[in-house]
Ligand binder design. Structure first.
Ligand code: ATP
Length: 307
């Protein structure tokens, strides 16, 4: 993997040991600039430890990393926004001030930070809370405010550790919108999650980590293509006997059959079914979702251990 300037973040062979345990065991990652990149994995997979090493919050025991062109990641910290797994803002600050304060920590002038804070709160549908103290907010709203604080200085790279956890569906949608808006302004977003639905909708690119090891890196479609297509077929006549012509894994439910589309495609099979007089009163072909691909890549056993 080249440590090229087209990459916002790259790392090769990152290792982190805690005692005897290798929490991260040789992770390599390449995050292209201007995209949304998801780090997916079950609980304890090593996502947070990887993100912390990439940001320079902890040092790897082995491996190299490059963040916005710097091999000492902290040298780029003013160009980075970060939502850590542990959330927290000063409870007595007002929302607008809390956001401006986080910007100031990354070098943004206070006056600019306050102005942008108002705009960001408005755009996120939280304008009404601009002058409310943090302690008055729900946990989910406080989390969104913290997220706005991590983007107020318009960072080139935004790193979000499990940003969706603890948010209700309305706030999850607000967050997805916010993440897309950041990408649209040209930022790179690197986020971790174990919730496939968000990753499926948001990610341009993703890697799947389990047991401290990268099991997959590619696009959502590439991950989904690891599994075969499934067909859902309803015969017009004699549904009960159609199974004799279908692939061996065909399962009947009411008047329909579900089976794996054979590697050569479904056309020849349909011709045989029509010739045999079964006809077609319904047919759909489903692509497996990212969740199924994740289970295949990580293994059901690893998922159970993590649950
Ligand atoms: N400071 C630490 N000291 C000891 N062990 C740690 C430390 N930090 C993480 N670990 C262990 O390293 C492994 C990976 O943890 P990490 O938090 O990186 O996983 P994760 O994928 O982010 O999980 P989660 O989704 O549950 O947050 C876990 O077994 C965890 O218990």
């Amino acid at each position: 993997m080249s440590l090229s300037s087209d990459l916002a973040v790259s790392a090769t062979g990152l290792v982190k040991r805690f005692g005897d345990r290798r929490a991260v065991d040789g992770v390599s990652i390449a995050v292209p600039r201007g995209l949304i990149y998801g780090v997916l994995g079950p609980n304890g997979a090593g996502k947070t430890t990887t993100l912390r090493m990439l940001l320079g919050i902890i040092e790897p025991d082995e491996g190299e990393r490059m963040l916005l062109g710097h091999d000492a990641p902290r040298d780029a910290s003013d160009r980075v926004g970060y939502l850590p797994e542990e959330r927290g803002l000063y409870p007595n600050m007002k929302c607008r001030e809390a956001i401006a304060f986080m910007g100031a920590l990354r070098g943004l002038p206070w006056r600019v930070g306050r102005k942008r804070a108002g705009e960001l709160l408005e755009a996120a549908g939280l304008g009404h809370a601009a002058d409310d103290k943090i302690r008055k907010l729900s946990k989910g709203m406080a989390q969104l405010v913290q997220l706005l604080g991590s983007v107020v200085h318009e960072p080139e790279l935004l790193v979000l550790d499990e940003p969706f956890s603890g948010l209700d569906p309305v706030n999850q949608e607000r967050l997805e919108k916010l993440i897309r808006a950041q990408r649209d302004r040209g930022a790179t977003i690197l986020f971790s999650t174990h919730v496939m639905a968000h990753a499926e909708r948001l990610c341009d690119y993703l890697s799947i980590i389990a047991g401290g090891v990268v099991k997959f890196e590619g696009t959502v479609d590439e991950a989904r293509a690891l599994l075969p297509l499934k067909a859902h077929y309803t015969p017009h006549h004699h549904a009960e006997t159609a199974g004799a012509l279908l692939p061996p894994d065909a399962e009947r439910k009411n008047g329909s059959w579900r089976f794996t589309v054979p590697p050569e495609g479904i056309e020849a099979l349909l011709v045989r079914l029509i010739d045999a007089g079964y006809g077609i009163s319904g047919l759909s072909i489903e692509r497996p979702g990212l969740h199924d691909a994740f289970v295949k890549i990580v293994g059901a056993e690893a998922l159970e251990q993590a649950a």
